[in-house]
Design a protein around this ligand. Structure first.
Ligand code: PSU
Ligand code: MN
Length: 308
């Protein structure tokens, strides 16, 4: 270990909090971190990305919490963005996972949009305990050949943050994703639901390890964590009215995955999401917005409960 190691997350001078996020944290009020990949060109096509950002922020505010969108701007980690900074994020094209945080800083990336893994790391560093996303990354189908397992899983296992998501994206290998989370020691909870959700559909057909009924229980699971830095995955099914029928989604996923043959690395997830949009004639977009907004609202309720 070198003497002058400067961990990106421990240098508060380089860490930018918006005024409202700084004030809320200072006063012990509820804050919910939001990732920015979903709001960039990599997550949703314009103008749905701007809509998603607006509805997720509003959903957090409506529950009495403060939204903190994470991003890298001018090489510095940000939590909470000004309207101008939000515009830059909507146009962002560079994905920042947790391992990319030090590179983005060293090379002073203009705009880096954070994935689940980078956002839980930043939330942890800033003292934010609740984070909302659409769906987490996970173990990809065919990972036994490609080795493609999202860094989101290890990040949730290594930062004491509650991640609220509609399960993992349905094009992943969901049984293996659940196995991985078990091995990594992550408690996986189902919000008023017995099944692990599959993003566009309410159930993957796989049982969720533990069903929970209220905010306080979720807070307590984090509080009584078995290791100092292990997080919690709270899965929330998409609202019934917004679900895409399973009969439809199965064929769509097969076509999207077939088209993605040859795409590798961080490009896989944005590519497959884009294909799903084409294959559903855009129907995947309102579903994606609805679940992201719903997750943000539940996350905010949990963040408020935590301050009580
Ligand atoms: N869910 C969405 N849209 C997205 C993502 C998830 O509906 O854009 C992003 C998230 O930022 C997640 C990332 O952390 O995809 C996972 O990427 P990968 O599979 O490369 O780890
Ligand atoms: Mn990957």
């Amino acid at each position: 270990m070198t003497d002058n190691a400067e961990f990106v997350l421990s240098d508060s001078a380089e860490f930018v909090l918006s005024d409202d996020v700084a004030r809320a944290l200072g006063e012990g009020r509820a804050v919910v971190a939001l990732e920015s990949t979903i709001f960039s060109t990599l997550g949703l096509p314009a103008p749905a990305n701007a809509d998603a950002l607006a509805v997720c922020k509003q959903a957090v505010l409506d529950q009495g919490a403060t939204p903190a969108v994470a991003a890298i701007l001018d090489g510095r980690p940000h939590l909470g963005l000004t309207p101008d900074e939000e515009k830059r994020v909507l146009q962002g094209t560079r994905k920042v996972a947790e391992r990319d945080l030090p590179v983005a800083r060293a090379q002073k990336w203009d705009v880096g949009v954070t994935t689940v893994s980078a956002t839980v790391a930043l939330a942890h560093a800033a003292g934010i305990s609740v984070f909302a996303t659409g769906g987490i990354g996970g173990v990809h189908r065919g990972s036994e050949i490609t080795g493609d397992i999202s860094a989101d899983l290890d990040a949730i296992a290594n930062h004491p943050v509650i991640t609220v998501s509609a399960g993992a994206k349905a094009f992943l290998d969901l049984p293996r994703t659940l196995e991985y989370l078990e091995t990594a020691g992550v408690p996986v909870l189902g919000w008023l639901h017995d099944w692990f959700p599959a993003f566009y559909t309410r159930s993957s057909g796989l049982p969720v390890p533990h069903r929970v009924e209220d905010e306080q229980t979720v807070c307590d699971v984090l509080r009584y964590r078995a290791r100092p830095n292990t997080g919690v995955l709270l899965t929330v099914p998409i609202p019934e009215a917004d679900e895409i029928p399973e009969s439809r989604i199965t064929a769509v996923l097969a076509a999207a995955l077939k088209a993605s043959a040859g795409v590798t690395g961080p490009a896989v997830t944005p590519y497959v999401l884009g294909r799903i949009e084409k294959e559903t004639d855009g129907e995947s977009i309102p579903a994606n917005l609805a679940l992201a907004r719903n997750n943000a609202a539940i996350a905010a309720r949990i963040a408020v409960a935590m301050t009580k």
